[in-house]
Design a protein. Structure first.
Length: 95
């Protein structure tokens, strides 16, 4: 449970950007499968960006807690997917 809360703390700065991407996905193509593929590509991009820049130092804290970068970003992806699917289902009810 403590590791999940730590991963959520890592995800916290990405929530606003994720919500903006959700809005863009809703405008362009409000279907679940393209949204999941888009979120997967963006998660891979963020993982690459963090690993190749000075932001990699942030991962040292999570590595010391026993959370690998792959596990961190995969759990972040699944949390983001659950939020995105819930958002798209809710929006489809009103469109």
């Amino acid at each position: 449970m403590q590791k999940l809360l730590t991963i959520l703390a890592f995800y916290k700065p990405f929530v606003i950007w994720s919500f903006l991407v959700n809005i863009a996905i809703t405008i362009v193509n409000p279907y679940i499968v393209p949204a999941i593929i888009t979120k997967l590509m963006l998660t891979i991009f963020v993982w690459y960006f963090v690993n190749e820049t000075n932001a990699k130092r942030k991962l040292i804290f999570y590595n010391n807690l026993g959370i690998s970068s792959i596990k961190l970003f995969s759990v972040m992806f699944f949390i983001d997917i659950f939020i995105t699917i819930g958002y798209l289902i809710l929006i489809k009810e009103y469109i």
